[in-house]
Design a protein around this ligand. Structure first.
Ligand code: RET
Length: 245
């Protein structure tokens, strides 16, 4: 009977214990991402033409995150350890999709696929280096964090000063420019939340100043701000373009 129950036990999700704040942020994350997904998919029918693609991508970003948060919550509850692999698989899917959002809104103003691939390349550099710094080369996490930051800075440069910025400026479309610059702020300030989390690992520059298990809380806040926030900016843009088209 015991054996049976023990095996049976394995079929269920691990429970969060009272006081497990990190675990609860995973739980809240999965709910928030799921709710945002429903919202973005439902609103797809309210926007016109090409804006449906943008809304679809917003919904896919939060959907992929919702599924990963479901697994991350379980992994955390079971092991009280960072679900690093789930985390980076989520990011490696969703960050390129955020690059796709930029491409989609700039396409009408001449964005080429090369801009998209450039941004995706920078994001892969950023994420692969971050992953290596958190896992295989944890002893040299500052070095890998630095390499990762190069990818991050290149993306920010592209959006603030590079060809993406020039396309937005040349659009002569104040509504689009406003949304574009808000997305730029998400990259500059919202994405900057992540390196703070990374620096809390034991070899990081903030080790000891912020408790070690703060990393997942910081990443979870970053994801909520950036994935849902980004989607809402796109939604606002799509709705106003639909009404004033
Ligand atoms: C939805 C997920 C998003 C927007 C994830 C973004 C992740 C980053 C901007 C991560 C950046 C990192 C650095 C700039 C240096 C240290 C390592 C990372 C990967 C945490």
């Amino acid at each position: 009977m015991d054996v049976l129950l023990n095996n049976f036990d394995g079929l269920f999700l691990a429970n969060l214990q009272p006081g497990d704040y990190v675990g609860f942020t995973f739980f809240i994350g999965s709910m928030a991402m799921a709710a945002a997904t429903v919202f973005f998919f439902v609103q797809m029918s309210q926007v016109s033409g090409k804006w449906k693609d943008s809304m679809l991508v917003s919904g896919l970003i939060t959907f992929i995150a919702a599924v990963h948060y479901y697994y991350m919550r379980d992994f955390w509850a079971e092991n009280q350890m960072s679900p690093t692999e789930f985390r980076y698989i989520d990011w490696i899917l969703t960050v390129p999709l955020m690059c796709v959002e930029f491409y989609l809104i700039l396409r009408a103003f001449g964005a080429k696929a090369s801009l998209l691939w450039k941004m995706i390349f920078y994001s892969l550099l950023m994420l692969v280096a971050g992953y290596l710094g958190e896992t295989v080369f944890r002893d040299q996490s500052p070095l890998w964090g630095f390499i990762s930051t190069i990818g991050y800075v290149m993306i920010a440069y592209e959006v603030w000063f590079g060809s993406a910025k020039q396309l937005a400026s040349g659009s002569n479309d104040p509504v689009l420019q406003k949304a574009f610059s808000t997305l730029g702020w998400f990259i500059f300030a919202g994405w900057a939340i992540y390196p703070i989390g990374y620096m809390t690992i034991e070899t990081g520059w903030l080790a000891g100043m912020i408790p070690g298990n703060a990393m997942d809380i910081i990443y979870n806040i970053g994801d909520a701000v950036n994935k849902i926030g980004f989607g809402l900016v796109i939604y606002t843009l799509a709705i106003s373009k639909t009404q004033h088209a």
